[in-house]
Design a protein. Sequence first.
Length: 193
Amino acid sequence: MSRLTFLFACVLALLAVGQDASAQEARTREGFWWGVGLSYGWAHVSCDICIADRKGNLSATVNLGGTISQSLLLGGELNGWMRGGEENVDEYMAAMSGVAYWYPKASGSFYLKGGVAYMTYRISDDEESLTSSGFGPQIGVGYQFRITHHASIQPFLNAIVTFPTSDLDIDGNRQASDVSLSLIQFGLGLTWH
């Protein structure tokens, strides 16, 4: 984890030094926007029969939406995480969210994100698969560095957790109830405005 933190710190320092004068102009947000992100993600499934470790691997994000005001953007987001290869076991976690981005300072770059997500989880091997899904909140923070007039790069931290109301099924048969899913992402995104 310390290597990943060091890498992001280096990227942030380079971006802060390398921004040109046109990118430093007052930030204006208007119209349609979309973005992609790559992150390291930690997934966790909590239930009575689940192993209580948090598993890490690469994760991705795609988002798009519209601008309501200089301080508020609304949009949709897809988040995905997967891990595989160990003893022919593959794991997937995916979330679909409605989100709002709030910039406390209208001309600033720092934002807070909140929303509601539907998340699904699946783990499978050659013989059977376990699945679960549920709804819950999504929160996040980030900081946008303008690199051109229409594009920005941003480090972000994102968390999605479902309420413990779903079931864990093996091939359609319930094995556990009160299952909670969570995904935490720490990454770097690129957004076009």
